[in-house]
Write a new protein. Structure first.
Length: 545
């Protein structure tokens, strides 16, 4: 018996942005390759016996039809034996009901399964609410779907790992031979339909040619147990790696066949195996591409050789998963094994190699104090980070933080209900954690360290700072601090800054919130919005404070 498999990438954006012109012109959303589904589909295509066909249907692609209409049309093209819904984010959850209704009508005999990160941490709710779903995949799906394709009895095969059913509520299967899953068959999708959106960097527009960006995961797993991270729930604590040869061969193929010039590596611990990481960067250098690692890296594994090899391979911006400026919070609250005393010297090593350094930080963890938040702000300035990104501590499913907050009643159930988590506000109600104070801190520390006390402006690298602010303006045209400090850089470089300053003024004059922010950070007088102080006056005033 041969079987046909359809993997459906569920919509990730709101329904009102899903159709026609609204979808095509949505500036806050771009469609990235469905890497997880492509990995599984490619694996089945190469290794599953008895496979008639496997296809990937991405319902995130802009269309004049609704996702329901797109799915229905695909279902009528053949008789599908297995339909798998892929859900990476909670935001896809509202789409389950209408899509299942289409399947029930158009493919009533198909086995229906669901998988993806969001499913791994919420299979209980999904199975309870949707009887049409026969099973949920826990963690990785290559082995599970291959088993279904090859099984004499598919329903019986669902009783084995990694499947979770209403009768079987535990599972764990991870795939060891990652060399067999790295070769993605991009012929299964229309490459031109996907966006090329590099992560934030002042150098992303340095090349003249259009980006041809492809993703890559070269390892799975993470041995760390950071309190806010669900990664061990997805791939386990043990590290598994694609061989160096397979990594280089695959990237070379993408470069030669598809014109790849930007490689986005989505590993969680790409640098942990020092020798392997160095060899990968050493062998990718001749391709003359740009490499980014937006998930963040652990700086403990960076030495001078690693820094120079990364830069030679095309890494111009590095995202450091630092998380906090307090040694106590890192050790006792987050449980992240990072030596604070190594942070500044490592950043200096990266700067010496010519790499722009960004840091990720989590604010509002239960037990964190006001003084430790200020310690984080001061540390960022002292370390010399080029940019910092701040996130609210959020009790995501699959994390220790979720378990503790739920057990202690530190979070309203509606704020962590499946499909409701947004991460745009602070929701934890632990003792000593004030929502308004923490949200105020996150807003203002971003303005403080990234704009008012921007490291590159402080050391006179105005061209780099200018590029960073220009990229913020491009992504967030209503952010007046970006316009204002872009103008400051233009002035310092002898360029006309009037357009940037005038645009900042226009935004501030229309917004009481931005007026207060400009006053708070010393950019305007409370009574007179103009003239703006000079950069030197700003530095002197803050130094005096």
């Amino acid at each position: 018996m041969s079987r046909s498999v359809l993997l459906v990438v569920m919509p990730q954006r709101p329904a009102e942005l899903q159709v026609g012109e609204a979808a095509a012109n949505c500036t806050r959303f771009f469609v990235a390759f469905p890497y997880g589904c492509l990995t599984i589909a490619s694996y089945l295509k190469h290794h599953a016996n008895g496979l008639e066909t496997v296809e990937v249907l991405d319902l995130n692609l802009p269309s004049d039809e609704t996702p329901e209409q797109v799915l229905e049309a695909k279902l009528w093209t053949r008789e599908w034996d297995i339909i798998g819904f892929s859900m990476s984010y909670d935001s896809s959850y509202p789409w389950i009901r209408p899509l299942l209704d289409i399947v029930k009508y158009s493919a009533p005999s198909a086995i229906v399964v669901a998988g993806g990160p969001a499913v791994t941490t919420a299979y209980t709710e999904i199975l309870a609410e949707y009887p049409e779903i026969d099973a949920c995949c826990y963690s990785e799906g290559e082995i599970g779907l291959k088993t279904l394709v090859e099984a004499d009895d598919v329903l019986l095969a669902l009783e084995a790992d990694p499947w979770v059913t209403r009768a079987k509520r535990s599972a764990r299967t991870v795939y060891e031979d990652l060399d067999k899953v790295v070769d993605i068959d991009y012929g299964m999708v229309d490459i031109d339909a996907y966006g090329m959106k590099e992560a934030f960097s002042p150098f992303m527009r340095a090349r003249k040619e259009e980006p041809k960006q492809f993703f890559l995961v070269t390892s799975r797993g993470c041995p760390f147990q950071c309190v806010f991270c669900a990664e061990p729930s997805y791939h386990g604590a043990g590290m598994r790696y694609v061989s160096v040869d397979k990594v280089v061969d695959h990237v070379t193929m993408l470069h030669e066949q598809y014109g790849l010039n930007v490689l986005t590596i989505y590993d969680d611990q790409i640098l942990m195996n020092h020798a392997r990481a160095k060899e990968i960067f050493r062998r990718l250098a001749p391709l003359d591409i740009r490499i980014e690692m937006p998930n963040g890296v652990t700086l403990s594994y960076i030495d001078e050789e690693m820094a120079h090899l990364m830069r030679a391979a095309g890494v111009d911006t590095l995202y450091l998963a630092i998380e906090h400026g307090s040694a106590r919070v890192l050790k006792d609250v987050i449980k992240k094994p990072i030596a604070v005393k190594k942070i500044k010297p490592t950043i200096e090593i990266l700067h010496k190699a010519g790499i722009y350094c960004q840091g990720f930080f989590v604010i509002g963890l239960p037990g964190e104090t006001r003084a430790e938040r200020q310690e984080t702000r001061d540390a960022i300035i002292d370390w010399g980070l080029d940019w910092a990104t701040f996130n609210f501590a959020t009790p995501l499913r699959g994390t220790e933080l979720y378990r503790v907050c739920k057990e202690k009643g530190w979070v309203d159930p509606k704020d962590i209900a499946f499909g409701s988590v947004t991460m745009t506000g602070y929701v934890i109600k632990a003792p000593g954690m004030d929502k308004a104070e923490i949200e105020d801190f996150v807003l203002n520390v971003n303005l403080d360290v990234n704009f008012v006390h921007n490291r590159n402006m402080r050391v006179g690298n105005y061209d780099v700072a200018k590029s960073a602010f220009a990229e913020v303006v491009n992504r967030h045209p209503g952010q007046p601090f970006a316009h204002y400090f872009l103008g400051e850089c233009q002035s310092a470089l002898g360029e006309d800054s009037s357009d940037s300053i005038n645009r900042a003024m226009e935004i501030v004059e229309r917004s009481e919130v931005w007026q207060r922010a400009f006053v708070r950070h010393g950019l305007v007088s409370p009574s007179t919005p103009i003239p703006f102080p000079t950069r030197r006056e700003l530095i002197d005033s803050h130094a005096a404070l």
